[in-house]
Design a protein around this ligand. Structure first.
Ligand code: ADP
Ligand code: MG
Ligand code: MG
Length: 897
């Protein structure tokens, strides 16, 4: 078996496609070698050896030693140096770990391996540079001692033990702080002696003098580090399987620390923060690579190389062009310059912000480096909302102090005066104040306050809490669960980290990072929002806006899956259409119940004791709902609208505190006792599985009747204005065909009446939500009546998992830590479990009704991974909140490419 892959001198055994076997670093070193870039020679020990190592009680395959020896021999030839040579130039190597993806938390690199008490002398004499040789040796003992021998900081120690030795030495000899590169050869030699003493003292062992012992020790440490705690934690967090293993790269050293004509640096071929096509990075003169990241000396911008080493800089620019042309993506590179000669030590695709990703992708299509399909794939869908979020003024953030953190639930930046209840927030907003609504948690009654607020901050609740859900639907900035906040509703104060803020004081929240700041910070809206929704022509003229628009056009070109929106009013509908939504996939009729005084009529309906009284109350609700639907149909301009009939249990609409109950009694002219007894009667032990969904319409058919009437009367009126209307009436929570039949016959009856009364012909359809397992399992029966299915994946997840979304907070953490949940199943669809129910329902539904329209309207409609799944199972559309529409469009396009 081939365990060792060599590279160097324009050739390589492996190539860039072999990342699973060679790791990311090794594969790309091979690739750079092949395309003629100046890469110091070396070899990669494969990830298979790592797997073998763990399968065989930490031993190696027998062939390995021979293959490594051959690898070293090949390097010796190219370098004209010998490993362990005590007379001529010794070959020194770097030992570098290399998982498939770079993995912080893995073992650190060991440089200058091969030095010992003899080779340090030959290195000094061949290079005629004593200071350099002893500097290398000192560095080697330090790195090897730390990483391989485990000489590390102990409990109670403030500094790394090697650093402490250096500091003490400097103060003893120089009586002040000097930088490492000012240390003389004699200083370094003395430090080598002190370091070895330290190793002896801490480990009880003598520092290994034999280069092969050193090499085996280092390789073993790399493989060993694959199972260290940091690496395991990291893999768990990013879902990297332990079977992958790491490779080990052994590479000839090149030296950035030989003097002022040498140095080391890191750079991106383009700016990864904003995407600008400029060489971006930093370097240090007379330093080895570790110094650049260690932060001991402050590096210089890479552009400065142009002045100090113009020849190397020109060479670096050439390499930059070659790399981009070859890898067709922005690269993140590490390089070393040795006496004016450039060497490339690493390249990989550079991590980038959403803004940079967008600009890179558009620019590279213009440059003909990539095609438009690739450009679409280059924009991570789960990062896209970064582009839509308002941002804090950078200078203001620097000056501000963070006072708390919470879950970043709605990205963006918001600053405003705090208010602790919805009414006062609305009043303040009407006075023209910028408002932050701060609550322990939010409920539907806070909706108006949330609408009025720039941002929402809660002390409790997670990313799928009411506040988070609504914030996303409205595109509001939101932080949830900032548990350090101590909210006193009576005193109207928020106390946090020793400061007390009263209503009217300013706080600022960054919903992208989850950080809460005291005081006021300046914000600016995203150009994309201003241009799309606000029609702001200045914003539309910006490069960012144009690029975004181009990306969305490409998405339309590629996609099969349509994207609709969840919207409850004309404004949300317009926003979504501006973002490219192709209709409404879910209107929650009850969301309109809370606006203005409507709630009174709703409560009257709920408290009614007779059918007549209930019908009278419903008569008051009818015109409101009709107005709402008219607004929505008009905003849709002919696009379809799926309208869900009443879903939540009635007790959500009645007041639960005595004061409001007696107020309500007064308003309705009944006794408080009556109100209380009705509220008590509505109490449910498990509302999620209680009297809700179509169960309401079955018990109170007049509610269904009224809602259907509102829909069709609105449709008739809008159609008469010459606007096409396509209502799709949706019955929620159906598990039995009979439930649906009963409700559907009411809808058809009302439709017929309205068409006759209004003398119009309406085209509409009636369908159902598939959101309980029985509905999915009997989809063939249900499809006899239903003209469409919309998967309500929030409830389907709750009912399939038997887990209440609202009560999950108590065990989400251990479930995530133990990897029972790979991801929150309410944010990203549980494809193996809930996904099967979806597949079964699709199959059975289509068997009965081949042209049945299929969509999904849960929170998952805005989650990129879930969208890709819905594409693959053949849904017609996904529906998500208005501000997620671009994300869903991008994910849908990517799924189709
Ligand atoms: P990481 O994965 O943490 O970036 P690397 O293996 O890339 O670790 O090594 C870190 C640094 O060590 C590199 O940036 C480079 O400066 C230096 N280095 C690595 N290999 C060599 C080499 N062959 N010669 C000189 N310096 C090297
Ligand atoms: Mg590196
Ligand atoms: Mg539901």
């Amino acid at each position: 078996v081939k365990y060792v892959y060599s590279f160097g001198a324009g050739k390589a055994d492996g190539d860039g496609s072999m990342k699973p076997l060679l790791g990311g670093k090794g594969a790309n070193l091979a690739e750079m070698s092949r395309i003629g870039l100046p890469v110091p020679p070396g070899f990669t020990v494969t990830t298979e050896v790592c797997t073998y190592f763990y399968d065989h009680k930490r031993t190696y395959p027998v062939e390995l030693q021979k293959q490594m020896e051959a690898g070293i021999t090949a390097m010796e030839k190219i370098m004209g140096a010998k490993f362990g040579d005590a007379k001529g130039m010794p070959l020194l190597v770097a030992v570098r770990s290399g998982a498939r993806d770079s993995m912080p938390g893995m073992m650190d690199t060991i440089l200058n391996l091969g030095l010992n008490d003899q080779t340090v002398l030959s290195l000094a004499s061949v290079t005629k540079n004593e200071r350099f040789a002893w500097d290398c040796y000192r560095r080697f003992i330090q790195m090897y001692g730390d990483v391989v021998l485990g000489v590390q900081k102990r409990e109670g120690e403030d500094h790394e033990p090697f650093e402490t030795v250096i500091e003490e030495y400097k103060h003893k000899v120089y009586h002040k702080d000097i930088i490492d590169s000012d240390l003389t050869a004699a200083d370094q030699q003395e430090l080598v002696r002190l370091f070895k003493e330290l190793v002896k003292e801490r480990t009880g062992k003598v520092f290994p003098n034999n280069p092969w012992d050193q090499l085996r020790g280092a390789a073993g440490a790399v493989f060993g580090s694959w199972m260290n705690d940091r690496a395991i934690v990291y893999r768990r967090k990013y879902g990297i399987p332990a079977e992958w293993g790491t490779a080990v790269n052994v590479q000839a050293m090149v030296y950035g620390n030989t003097g002022d004509d040498s140095g080391s640096g890191v750079a991106f071929t383009r700016n990864p923060a904003n995407g600008v096509d400029e060489f971006y990075g930093e370097f240090l003169i007379n330093a080895q690579g570790e110094d650049v990241v260690a932060g001991v000396r402050t590096p210089e911008p890479v552009l400065k190389l142009k002045e100090v080493m113009p020849k190397s800089y020109a060479e670096l620019l050439k390499v930059r062009a070659t790399l981009e042309k070859h890898f067709k993506d922005v690269q993140d590179v590490e390089f070393t310059i040795q006496q004016g000669k450039l060497f490339m030590l690493q390249t990989r695709n550079g991590k980038r912000t959403a803004a940079a990703a967008l600009k890179f992708s558009i620019d590279m299509v213009k440059e003909k480096l990539i095609d438009w399909e690739t450009a679409v794939l280059r924009n991570p869908a789960d990062q896209l909302d970064q582009l839509l979020a308002p941002i804090f003024d950078v200078a203001d953030v620097k000056k501000a102090t963070a006072i708390a953190t919470g879950l970043p639930a709605g990205p963006g930046a918001a600053s405003g005066k705090i208010y602790l209840n919805a009414d006062r927030a609305v009043i303040a907003e009407q006075k023209g104040e910028k408002v932050l609504l701060v609550r322990n948690e939010t409920s539907p009654e806070d909706l108006r306050g949330m609408i009025a607020a720039e941002g929402i901050l809660t002390a409790k609740g997670g990313v799928s809490s009411h506040a988070a859900l609504v914030a996303r639907q409205m595109g509001k900035v939101c932080i949830c669960g900032a548990s350090a906040l101590d909210i006193d509703y009576d005193k109207k104060t928020v106390t946090v980290s020793g400061q007390t803020f009263s209503e009217g004081d300013f706080l600022s929240i960054d919903g992208t990072s989850g950080i809460v700041y005291g005081g006021q910070l300046k914000t600016a809206p995203s150009e994309i929002i201003s241009g799309m929704i606000g029609g702001d022509t200045a914003a539309q003229a910006t490069e960012k806006f144009k690029s975004f628009n181009q990306l969305m056009k490409w998405c339309s070109q590629a996609t099969r899956l349509q994207v609709r929106t969840n919207a409850d009013n004309p404004e949300q509908t317009q926003n979504a259409i501006a973002f490219g939504a192709q209709g409404i996939g879910l209107t929650r009729t009850e969301h309109m119940f809370f606006e203005g005084d409507r709630i009174d009529a709703v409560r009257e309906m709920i408290l009614a004791e007779t059918v007549e009284a209930r019908k009278a109350a419903l008569g008051k609700i009818l015109p409101y709902q009709r107005e709402d639907f008219i607004g929505i149909f008009e905003a849709l301009k002919g696009l379809p609208a799926t309208i869900r009939l009443l879903d939540p249990p009635l007790h959500e609409f009645v007041p639960h505190d005595e004061k409001s109950q007696s107020e309500l009694a007064k308003k309705l002219g009944i006794t408080t006792e009556k109100v209380i007894s009705r509220v008590n009667a509505l109490h449910e032990f498990n509302p999620m599985l209680g009297h809700r969904g179509c169960r309401l319409g079955i018990a109170y058919p007049e509610i269904t009747e009224t809602q259907a009437r509102a829909i069709f009367e609105a449709a008739a009126e809008v159609q008469k204005k010459g606007i096409k209307v396509k209502p799709e009436v949706m019955i929620p929570l159906v598990g039995f065909k009979k439930e649906l039949d009963l409700q559907v016959s009411i809808v058809h009856e009302v439709a017929a009446q309205v068409q006759k009364e209004q003398k119009v012909k309406l085209s509409y359809s009636v369908g159902t939500m598939i959101e309980v397992p029985r509905g999915a399992l009997t989809a063939d029966e249900i499809a006899q009546t239903a003209e469409f299915f919309s998967f309500g994946t929030n409830d389907l997840t709750q009912t399939a998992l038997g887990i209440s979304r609202d009560d999950m907070g108590n065990f989400l953490l251990p479930y995530t830590e133990n990897e029972i949940f790979k991801k929150n199943p309410f944010a990203s669809l549980d494809q193996t479990g809930v996904g099967q129910l979806v597949k079964i329902a699709i199959e059975k539904g289509r068997a009965t009704r081949p042209d049945i329209k299929l969509g999904i309207c849960g929170e998952h409609g805005g989650d990129p991974d879930s969208v890709k799944f819905f594409h693959s199972v053949g849904l017609n559309y996904v529906s998500c909140s208005p501000f997620r529409v671009p994300v869903a469009r991008l994910a849908a396009a990517q799924a189709a490419i």
